[in-house]
Every structure is written in structure tokens, then in C-alpha cells.
Ligand binder design. Structure first.
Ligand code: UDX
Length: 426
């Protein structure tokens, strides 16, 4: 059992706090936001995540986990380790903005006891941990990098059952101490230098984003050539060197990581005079994917969107999360609004503020009332359970575009036009 502080209680910090406490450590999560801390202390999760509420109540009750917005409380706890989990958003140039992490590291360095290890979990450009190490005048505290690989929706499970754990530092003694926090997890464990650990995170995310862009481009080609996209991707994925996960075509990739991390990686590489043309292409392919869906919806709306009502199912960037950050659905909605469409959106959990031309419906069926086209933009499983008869009964035109390929075949006969992404409309 170790005493651990976690700085920043967003997606990564909260999951990390809960995960470390579940591993048997004593954890204090710290965030500047008093209302967030208050909510977490009342065991009310500030994010939608499977298993989180239950885990929170148990860990608060057992006193293995607590939260605070007072740095002095963290100081008197004398943490042996502090995880830095603050945001590294994209700045105006596309690079990672390190203002928050730099000031968090400075603040924490002032209160850490001698011998403590500061562990950077935030995604940071290569060289950041070295700079942080040099930025404070203390040779008695150490810095390590331990990137997170959590997927929203399965973050707790990903923490407890990771594909691998990566720890980087300047000293194998420090790396071993950090790795020992995960002793009870049985997974491959990789110790590296600081720079490699930092780059592994970006390289993994950029590779996955590239794979999805490739998948979406192949889906587009399958549509043009009348190939069956599911069969093509299955046939590809059965090659063990390729594998079949992360091969689901969709309206583009989004979320809090891929867009900002691909952009930051390209920007970082430029700083080293090193080109990453594949990652740059993946980003532009993704922009093209959003526009492709808008063009499809326009063609399904008889060639023009001005004053047409488009029902949208799903605004979250993927299913099982309420997160709409860089959501493909929002990018598509924005483009539809610019072409004059009226949007009636529904999502089981995620909410977006209503705006000119955009209203949120209280149910999937309600969203489709009077609609010219229904477009499915997030793969919530419940959408495929809605009755197609009821949908069609209220729509102006029985036209559907399934950009996530989740609707069952039984829907097809109910619609005059049923178009799934990657297949030509009949
Ligand atoms: C991602 C990485 O997977 C995770 O390892 C990292 O730490 C954070 O970023 P996350 O953003 O939660 O996780 O979402 P992920 O499940 O990877 O999906 C990202 C986007 O790709 C979503 O828009 C999703 O809909 C899309 N996607 C994913 C597909 O379109 N098809 C797929 O097969 C998989």
C-alpha cells in the first residue's frame, strides 16, 4: 500500500484515482474545481463511466480514496507518488498547450516530501518530462512518465486489465518503484526512458487514428465499387498481422484524444524537422469523411438541405459516453446547419446546447417527427431496438442513413431509402 496523490480529476485523473485505490493504495484526488470535488465526495461521478459510481461509493466508504480542492490536504498526506493528470489541450497552432501541466507541476513540486516521485500521466510532447524535471530546484524528487491508454466507456476496465503498462524515467530505480504500484496487475510491463514513454502514447494513438481513416477510405471505395464493406474488412482482419479490432467504419473519428494527439504529434515532428505524412493524411481523410456524410445526407434530402429537417441519433463521439468533445456527430451537424438544414437531435445520455436550427428531442422517436432524413451518427445499441414502424410513421420521408452500420436488416423494407455507410443507396 502506497500513499498516492492524483492531480486533476477529469477523465484520466478520476479513473486513475479509482483504479489505484482499487489496487489497494491510499489515494487523494486533488482538483481546483470545488464543485467537482463536492460531487465526487458525495459519490456522484462527474463523468458517465461504467462501474464508476459503484466503485466510488465503496472506496469512499473504506477511506481508501478521498478528494480535496485544498493543496495543503495533499501536502499533509505526504504522498510518496503524485500522478499528474491535467489536460493538455490543443493550442491555436495545433500543438499541445502545456500551460496547465507546467503550473500543476510547479505547484506540486513545492509540497512534495523528499524522495517522492511525480508521475506524468497526461499526454505530453516528447521532452516535456525532462523540462519539468529541470524546472524545479529539487534534486530530492523524481519525475516519471506513465502514459494512459484508457478508452472512454471502458476506462475502469482498461485501467485494471491493460494491454500493457509503460513507465519511463531517467533511472531504473525510479521506474521500478512506479511499476511496483501495479504489482497486482498481470500484463506486459515496459520500462523505457522518458522520451520513449512520451512518444509511445502519441505513436499508438496516431496509428489507431490512421487505421480508422484507412478503414473509412476503404468503406468509401467499397461503396463506389459495389464491394461489400463488411466482407472486405472481415477478409482483411482475418490476416493475423492485421487483426480485426478497430476496423469499424464510421462517420469519422473523434473524441478527446485522437484529434488533439494527431495534431500535436504532427506539430511536434515539424519541430524536429521530421515529417509524418501518413498522420497528416489521416487527419485530412477524417475531415473528408465528415464532409462525405454531409454530402450523403444532402443527396438523400433530394439534393438540397435548405430548410430540410434532419433527425440525428447520437451526439456523443462514440457509444457509452456522454462526451461530445470533437464528436464526429457535432462536426456533421455543424456542416448541415451551414447548408441550411434544421436539426432535431437525440442522444440517450449526451447533451448539447440548443442553438439556431438545432433542437434536442426527448426521445429517439420524437426526433424523427416530420423529418426528411434520419441519420445515425453514434453507435448506441438501443437505436437498433427502436421500432422502425414507429419511426417511419412520424417521418415526412422514410429515408434513413446509418453512418455507424448498426441498424438490423429488418429495418430495410420499412424505408423507401435505406442507406448504410459504405454501401450504394438502392
Ligand atoms: C482513445 C484510445 O483508444 C485510448 O487508448 C486513448 O488513451 C484515448 O483515446 P477514446 O477516445 O476513448 O480512446 O475512444 P476510442 O474507442 O479509441 O474511439 C475513438 C474514435 O474512433 C471514436 O470516434 C470512435 O467512434 C471511432 N472508432 C473507433 C471507429 O469509428 N471505429 C472503430 O472501429 C473504433
Amino acid at each position: 500500500m502506497k500513499r498516492i496523490g492524483v492531480i486533476g480529476l477529469g477523465y484520466v485523473g478520476l479513473t486513475t484515482s479509482v483504479g489505484l485505490a482499487q489496487l489497494g493504495h491510499k489515494v487523494i484526488g486533488y482538483d481546483l474545481d470545488a464543485s467537482k470535488v463536492e460531487s465526487l465526495l458525495a459519490a456522484k461521478p462527474t463523468i458517465h463511466e461504467e462501474g464508476l459510481e459503484n466503485a466510488l461509493s465503496k472506496l469512499l466508504e473504506s477511506h481508501d480514496l478521498r478528494f480535496t480542492n485544498h493543496i495543503e490536504e495533499l501536502q499533509s498526506f505526504e504522498p510518496e507518488f503524485v500522478f499528474i493528470c491535467v489536460g493538455t489541450p490543443q493550442d491555436a497552432s495545433g500543438a499541445a498547450d502545456l500551460t496547465i501541466i507546467n503550473s500543476a507541476a510547479q505547484e506540486v513540486a513545492l509540497i512534495l516530501p523528499a524522495g517522492a516521485i511525480m508521475i506524468v500521466k497526461s499526454t505530453v510532447p516528447v521532452g516535456t518530462c525532462q523540462k519539468i524535471t529541470k524546472s524545479f530546484n529539487r534534486s530530492d524528487i523524481f519525475v516519471a512518465s506513465n502514459p494512459e491508454f484508457l478508452r472512454e466507456g471502458t476506462a475502469i476496465k482498461d485501467f485494471m486489465e491493460p494491454d500493457r503498462i509503460v513507465v519511463g524515467s531517467n533511472s531504473s530505480e525510479v521506474s521500478k518503484k512506479v511499476m511496483s504500484l501495479y504489482d497486482s496487475i498481470d500484463s506486459p510491463k515496459l520500462e523505457t526512458n522518458l522520451e520513449s514513454a512520451e512518444l509511445i502514447k502519441y505513436a499508438a494513438n496516431a496509428y489507431l487514428a490512421m487505421r480508422l481513416s484507412f478503414t473509412n477510405d476503404i468503406a468509401n471505395l467499397a461503396e463506389a465499387t459495389k464491394a461489400n464493406v463488411d466482407q472486405v474488412l472481415l477478409g482483411m482482419g482475418l490476416d493475423k498481422r492485421i487483426g480485426n479490432s478497430f476496423l469499424k467504419p464510421g462517420p469519422g473519428w473523434g473524441g478527446s484524444c485522437f484529434p488533439k494527439d494527431t495534431s500535436a504529434l504532427v506539430s511536434m515532428a515539424k519541430g524536429y524537422d521530421s515529417a509524418l505524412p501518413l498522420v497528416e493524411s489521416a487527419i485530412s481523410s477524417n475531415e473528408a469523411a465528415f464532409k462525405r456524410s454531409v454530402d450523403v445526407i444532402e443527396s438523400l434530402a433530394e439534393g438540397q438541405l435548405m430548410n430540410k429537417t434532419i433527425a440525428i441519433w447520437g451526439v456523443a463521439f462514440k457509444a457509452n459516453t456522454d462526451d461530445t468533445r470533437d464528436s464526429p456527430a457535432l462536426r456533421i451537424i455543424d456542416l448541415l446547419l451551414k447548408r441550411g438544414a434544421k436539426i432535431r437531435a437525440f442522444d440517450p445520455i449526451a447533451r448539447v446546447p440548443e442553438a439556431a436550427g438545432l433542437s434536442m428531442a426527448s426521445s429517439a422517436i420524437e426526433a424523427t417527427k416530420g423529418a426528411d432524413v434520419l441519420a445515425i451518427l453514434t453507435e448506441w445499441p438501443e437505436f437498433s431496438m427502436v421500432s422502425p414502424e414507429q419511426v417511419v410513421a412520424g417521418m415526412k420521408n422514410s429515408v434513413v442513413y446509418d453512418a455507424r452500420r448498426i441498424l438490423p436488416e429488418s429495418w430495410r423494407p420499412h424505408f423507401s431509402v435505406f442507406k448504410a455507410l459504405g454501401e450504394a443507396s438502392k
